[in-house]
Design a protein around this ligand. Sequence first.
Ligand SMILES: *[C@@H]1O[C@H](CO)[C@@H](O)[C@H](O)[C@H]1NC(C)=O
Ligand SMILES: *[C@@H]1O[C@H](CO)[C@@H](O)[C@H](O)[C@H]1NC(C)=O
Length: 568
Amino acid sequence: MKFSIAAAAAAILFASVDAKTLLFPIPQSVSWTGSTNQLSNDFKITGAKNVHVKDAAKRYNKLIHKENWVQVQVTPKQTLKKGGYLSSLHIDVKNNNAKLDKGVDESYVLEVPAKGGKATLSAKTWVGALRGLETFSQLVQAKDGKKKGGKLVAHSAKITDAPTFEHRGILLDTSRNFYPVKDILRTIDAQAFNKMNVLHWHATDSQAWPFYFKSHPELSEKGAYSEEETYSSKDIKTIIKYGQSRGVRIILEIDMPAHTATIGESHPDYMICADKFWAPFAAEPPAGQLNPLHKKANKLVRDIVKEATETFPDSLYHTGGDEINTACWELDAGIQKYTKQHNMTTKEVWFEWTTDLLKYVTKTLKKTPIIWEDPVRDGGRYPKNTVIQSWIDPPSTYTKMGHDVIVSNFDYFYLDCGHGGWVGNDNRYDSPNQTESATDVFNYGGGGGSWCAPFKTWQRIYSYDYTHGIDKSHKGKILGGELAMWSEQTGPTVIDPRLWPRSAAAAETYWSGSYDKKGNRRTVKAVSERFYDWVYRMQARGINAEPVQPKYCATHPNACDLNDPSAA
Ligand SMILES: *[C@@H]1O[C@H](CO)[C@@H](O)[C@H](O)[C@H]1NC(C)=O
Ligand SMILES: *[C@@H]1O[C@H](CO)[C@@H](O)[C@H](O)[C@H]1NC(C)=O
């Protein structure tokens, strides 16, 4: 008895009892080597050559000290050997000049040796180094879980990591409601924390045109909500540059030929049905679509697409193309004449217009186009190098045809869903008996006016399986996914909690994949501990992520479980 107490006391001198390290998104391979290293007072990050890696090294060194992270989620304690002092993290990058673009290598290997000394981060490209720095920052915690004293430790480990999907994005709609630049930059920061690499900028729509084009300044002059609610050339450059420095590609979408009513503010003659009440002619107010046969309108389309592809360095450009309303176009005598003359349907006019635009983007502007699935879903056929963004049909529909696909299925990834209605003059909320009944499946028991209710929970988002239905015989592949933040009911006051932490749930499936290396499905149950803590850590980093449970649950592990963990 006495002996074992003495032995235990001795062991304490050489070991520390520590919380588990929680990483998010989980790397492809982590082997913990069972010791804890204290960061020396003059801990340095060395070896950075690329300017973005240099900046990131400074940024992350500051972050780990400022953050001085103490886990909120209580985890089973573990006994670790005392390693030594960690004096530095040395970065070794093979290619410092790689272009941040589709398919750039983002892999890295991070090693924190068991005995301390020098940690190493090796990456094929500077982008991989950024991902590795993020992981390193998550390894660092306050010593003994105490904020006081400011000593930091990192558990020793060897981490080998690379993304499962190359396209890991968020769509942000800046038309329906406007976001100041600082909110977009903070969103990019949060994306980088989550190893996401694409911000799909849905810049314009039928409600407002905040995006400045040098070739057509009248569009934002007339179409923005106000002069303050515009993105100037300088703002646009700031956003692209900020994304570059965080390894986040900014892919622009100017949605056309529907979702363009605001063009009518400066060019009413380019539009059809812009003067009509919206309901029969558009998915939402206001109505108004570009006239696909109007020469000057098509010149404007080419001007802005050219300028857009010159401004944005990415090799992908999003040409939009969703939710065409043929009833709108059929009001026009010119369209009626054209369809009769050419024995075409109105939809075929749309397909033809799309073919021309795609040809212009690929042949003249040398970019790879992304389009919403709509024209393909309706029967249009396009070159296989066209990337399809799917939001309705299973992505396998398009991989089977030979297209690469970005998955944004509305029933999982539309972050706007479940917030009720927003159109006015609606008496469907007036219910006589305050309960679900045969005559009221709207306000009670229904979606309450949200077309895509219910709210997509983080658990639902996490449960999406990208491999479902994708066969080896398909010539197209899944490039990855995007969550869509449509902004009818979102703006700068709520952007963080609407995006986070739900986007983080998707980010792990994008980066780590829906299956681990052994082929086991990643589950909500297995990720919970890491996810809960990550919510607090994002909050500590200045992202106003929404709570996902009472803090009590994080500090009382298993107490909030659905099933009694002690039951057989
Ligand atoms: C018009 O097109 C339809 C469908 O493609 C075809 O069946 C029909 O023969 C065409 N009519 C003429 C006059 O070309
Ligand atoms: C609710 O009110 C409607 C309209 O007055 C009526 O037809 C219906 O029977 C009521 N249902 C219940 C469950 O009371």
